[in-house]
Design a binder for this molecule. Structure first.
Ligand code: ZN
Ligand code: MN
Length: 485
């Protein structure tokens, strides 16, 4: 018996706009409940919505990065349903004429690339939030009602829980690079809804289990967990009843219980006609021309995976370092500019990953906000490369750079960190240390297990004597010479 998992993903991305999709209300995360509302977004009769142009631009930019075709004519539709967080009793969305369609996005799976086809990406508005915190009553906060959402729908091309997680993470990195979404998971900026079923080949007979949609997953962990759980559950259900197939059962919606780590039945899914879609009469259709589309095309930056590849091929970085350095656009741009100045990919990567990102993480900011400048990082990398300072001095200089706007060379001189590479000058210190540590010298030359450790000890003593300024390569050469005597 063979099984094949089939998953299509719907991803809702909150766009990084200042205001809502069809009114001028502010988008705020922690504002008091129902403070960012107006007659339009709370659905008063007679009001007229107006489209947020920025949201449309952001959506087209994303769709272009996903290699989608862009519709030259698109309209808005009402999707009707009744729920307390939806004051109009309909959501404005795009039904049969989405703003973009037929794209493809490549994701790295192991050492391979996998093409995930994009069925469509359309714009819509979010609903408000129902809060069930009180005892015996619920509350509704409409601050989120009308928030611009880009819904991206893939073809069922994903075939494992891991692939779903990779797809979601790559999309997060993409929209952050494009500057169209903060894609902050804690703030609910990305929500995932996988549609899942299993194809079972049982001695040449093919069974397809019913399609299940898992609603509203808001973390990568939940997405991966829910898909893995469903894969297991579908096989179990089918084993109990071979008639549990897509032909015999309709779609169902399920939720994810984070604590129990399992999916739970919610309801049989509505078919599209249950929503009574019809064209929104209060909004004009959107028509776009070549010139405008070309201007948006120009705002599509180099994409994160392309940049990651360039760092590996042009700068000789490991895949791991390249992925760390392209995890956000600020870091990637900072790194790239420093390397373009000094040409030292690996040296700059060391400084950025070992010192820069560590401090940025502690201070909860991006590396370009540290006031260290890529110019100074390039200079520091050059100093290490040329042996002007050693690695431990570079760490000290970096730390000083955080407070001191001086050039790294000046800091190194001020702090007495210029590396001593003059063999003649260092020889006296080496001989002194060897003389004072006869036992270590004996062990270092013994060829026994202790030799390596003893040599390390001598090295440490010499570094101490020279206040860390000795060039370790020269010291090693001197040790070779004198230990052999
Ligand atoms: Zn409003
Ligand atoms: Mn939607």
């Amino acid at each position: 018996m063979e099984t094949k998992l089939v998953v299509g993903l719907e991803i809702h991305v909150q766009l990084a706009c200042e205001t809502k999709m069809f009114c001028g209300c502010k988008l705020g995360f922690n504002d008091p409940p129902n403070s960012n509302v107006c007659p339009v977004c709370i659905g008063m009769p007679g009001v007229l919505p107006v489209m947020n142009k920025k949201a449309y631009e952001y959506s087209v930019r994303t769709a272009l990065a996903l290699n989608c075709s862009i519709a030259r004519f698109t309209k808005w539709d009402r999707k009707s349903y009744y729920y307390p967080d939806l004051p109009k009793n309909y959501q404005i969305s795009q039904y049969d004429l989405p703003m973009s369609f037929d794209g493809v996005f490549e994701i790295p799976v192991g050492d391979e690339w996998k093409k995930i086809r994009i069925l469509r990406a359309h714009l819509e508005e979010d609903a408000g939030k129902n809060l069930h915190e009180g005892i015996g009553h619920s509350q509704v906060d409409l601050n989120r009602a009308g928030t611009p959402l880009l819904e991206i729908v893939t073809e069922p091309d994903l075939s494992s829980a891991e692939e779903c997680r990779i797809m979601a993470q790559e999309l997060q990195r993409l929209v952050q690079f494009l500057g169209v979404s903060h894609a902050n998971m804690q703030m609910g900026h990305m929500r995932f809804e996988p549609n899942i079923n299993l194809i079972i080949d049982d001695n040449g007979i093919e069974y397809r289990t019913p399609i299940c949609e898992i609603k509203n997953l808001n973390s990568f962990r939940a997405l991966e967990g829910a898909v893995a759980y469903e894969k297991w559950r579908h096989l179990e259900e089918w084993k109990k009843d071979h008639n549990w197939t897509v032909e015999n059962y309709g779609k169902q919606n399920r939720g994810w219980d984070d604590a129990k780590e399992q999916t739970v039945f919610q309801r049989e899914k509505e078919e599209a006609h249950d929503y009574r879609y019809f064209p929104e009469p209060d909004l004009v259709p959107v028509e776009i021309d070549d010139a405008w589309l070309a201007s948006i095309q120009e705002t599509v930056c180099e994409l994160p995976l392309a940049m990651q590849h360039r760092f590996v091929h042009d700068y000789g970085l490991s895949d791991y370092d390249a992925s760390v350095l392209t995890s956000d656009r600020a870091t990637a741009t900072f790194f790239d500019e420093a390397v373009q100045e000094c040409g030292l990919g690996k040296r700059v990567a060391n400084i950025v990953t070992q010192f820069g990102l560590k401090v940025a993480h502690e201070r909860q900011c991006t590396i370009d906000q540290l006031d260290i400048s890529c110019h100074r990082v390039a200079q520091l990398a050059t100093m290490v490369q040329e042996g002007t300072v050693n690695a431990s001095a570079a760490a000290t200089i970096f730390e000083k750079m955080l407070e001191d706007p001086a050039e790294p060379q000046a800091i190194a001189e001020k702090e007495n960190l210029i590396q001593k590479s003059d063999a003649g000058e260092l020889e006296a210190a080496v001989l002194e240390v060897l003389k004072a540590n006869e036992q270590a010298v004996a062990e270092a030359t013994s060829g026994s297990k202790k030799a390596k450790k003893a040599r390390g000890f001598l090295m440490g003593q010499i570094m101490q004597k020279t206040q860390g300024q000795a060039n370790p390569q020269i010291v090693n050469q001197l040790l070779d010479k004198h230990l052999a005597d």
